[in-house]
Ligand binder design. Structure first.
Ligand code: 6AU
Length: 488
């Protein structure tokens, strides 16, 4: 069996099912090894060998689950072969429930109390297997075992075992490394680099890093420990890159909420506060004397003082409507605002709709970005943990994330990806709340405890005796909190 596994390990390497180099991972850090087992469907002999080995393992270990279920999508064909070979009925887990008919997430015949074995291609944090366990368990199905082709040894097996599911792997990353090294396919340096990476990047089931710096002196990849310059290199949105670099070079992470109703007042405050801010945020629909000349002058001030304009429109409609609201009407927001805010309530189509609202060229879309709202600062908000998790998923997964510059939220737990910017409103040095539900925190608290990259200050500056002094003070305190945060 061991020789067969070694031969298969080398074959998988030869067909590029895994590679060594410098790869950007979903969580934002670079990995020296990358797996893509999707390629095996093009090699029937490899498919057969892998599924034979899984079936042999199930027999050897006397695993007797009533059903087999593959984690979508890469492991589905493998699970099918295993199920057919063993004559075990299969269950299929949908990634998304159908929006018509039965809305079932699990297809196949089963009864509550049935047992099931999961097949997966690669585990890193274990979160995909755990998603499948959760959906099966919702139907009363008991998941006993998970058989995976490759365990990257980054904590996934332990995360799954915590849910009382036994994990079996055909290969560990160490086994693959040693086999390839023995066969003269990779150099010792590669083995070393990968081993160091594994030691330094253990992952919790929610995708966050275990923070090994404290444990063994390895790297710490948590987003709040990285500098804005480092994070600019990881950003997927051009606007996020630009804003990270602007903050780093101008040494400010202050966003001014210019919630004023007269255009002259906004222009005046933008000129005074311009040197201290990275973003000026508007609510354009409260301006009583809006004109095209006003936005032209505001843009000129943004260029003069090097800050970006964000229209806090909080778009929240179906794709077609937001595309019109963004590009058309009196305000034509897409023409002048670098950044906008949007609710995630409509789901992914909000991103497609907004992209469609920016003129028609890809180049234009690259000059714009959105901050998705995942949490709100006011008391009594209806947003709960499940909603904010789903909102941050929209911000970090899928084809349109190149348009997402960041997330508006209140807590560091909201998302992990270091290429996104956390914008946190509700910042004020005094006053714990206003009369209408707003809740305030100090600059130090939002940056150090809550993970804010940019603090949004409105009335803390607008109502100060000296607006300029207040802007300088908020800039200094927010910036010092950030430099402290990354130094520790
Ligand atoms: O400092 P303030 O309370 O005067 O202003 C806070 C600004 C306002 C709000 O519309 C906005 O921040 N805001 C947002 C944003 C930016 O989307 C979200 C939120 O949860 N709370 C909040 O106050 O312009």
């Amino acid at each position: 069996m061991s020789d067969e596994r070694k031969t298969l390990a080398i074959k998988l390497y030869e067909i590029n099912a895994f590679k060594f180099g410098d790869f950007k991972m979903k969580v934002g850090i670079n990995s020296p090894v990358y797996f893509d087992l999707r390629v095996i469907v093009s090699y029937p002999q490899v498919m057969k060998t892998v599924s034979d080995l899984i079936a042999a393992h199930i027999k050897e270990q006397q695993l007797t689950a009533k059903h087999v279920c593959g984690v979508p999508y890469t492991a589905l064909p493998l699970a099918t072969l295993v199920a057919v070979q063993q004559n075990t009925p299969m269950l299929v887990r949908r990634k998304e429930a159908k929006d018509y008919g039965t809305k079932k997430l699990i297809e196949g015949l089963y009864n509550a109390g049935d047992t099931c074995l999961i097949v997966e291609d690669v585990i890193t944090s274990g979160s995909s297997v755990l998603d499948t366990v959760r959906d099966l368990e919702k139907e009363g199905i008991v998941v006993t075992d998970a058989v995976v082709v490759v365990d990257r040894e980054q904590g996934g097996a332990a995360n799954i075992a915590k849910q009382k599911v036994r994990v079996h792997s055909l290969f560990t990353l160490s086994f693959l490394l040693n086999t390839l090294h023995e066969a003269g396919k990779i150099k010792h340096d590669t083995v070393d680099a990968v081993a160091r990476y594994i030691a330094a990047s253990q992952i919790n089931s929610d995708g966050s890093f275990v923070n090994p710096q404290k444990k063994d002196g390895g790297n710490d990849f948590s987003r709040t420990k990285l500098s804005y310059e480092q994070r600019a290199t990881l950003a997927k949105s051009e606007l996020a890159k630009q804003l990270f670099n602007l903050m780093a070079s101008k040494k400010t992470n202050l966003c001014l909420a210019a919630d004023l109703t007269q255009s002259e007042e906004i222009l005046n405050i933008a000129d005074i506060c311009g040197p201290y801010i990275c973003v000026l945020k508007t609510h354009i629909d409260i301006v009583e004397d809006f004109s095209e000349a006003f936005v032209k002058n505001l843009r000129a001030l943004a260029d003069k003082h090097n800050f970006l304009l964000m229209e806090d429109r909080k778009f929240a409609d179906i794709g077609n409507t937001v595309s019109l609201q963004y590009g058309k009407g009196i305000y034509k927001v897409a023409n002048w605002a670098d950044l906008i805010t949007a609710h995630a309530i409509t789901g992914r189509s909000i991103l497609q709709g907004l992209k469609a609202g920016v003129a028609d060229t890809t180049a234009e879309v690259r000059k714009r970005g959105v901050f998705l709202l995942a949490e709100l600062s006011n008391s009594g908000t209806l947003i709960d943990v499940k909603y904010s998790e789903a909102a941050s998923k929209i911000a970090t997964e899928g084809a349109d994330i190149d348009f997402v510059a960041g997330v508006v939220c209140q807590s560091v737990k909201c998302f992990d990806f270091p290429g996104l910017i956390q914008l946190t409103p509700g910042v004020k040095i005094d006053d714990a709340s206003d009369q209408l539900g707003q809740q305030y925190q100090t600059p130090e608290h939002v940056v150090k405890e809550r993970g804010a990259d940019i603090g949004v200050v409105g009335r803390g500056i607008l109502q100060a005796k000296s607006v300029e002094k207040a802007a300088a003070l908020y800039r200094d305190r927010l910036w010092a909190a950030y430099t402290d945060r990354i130094a520790k």
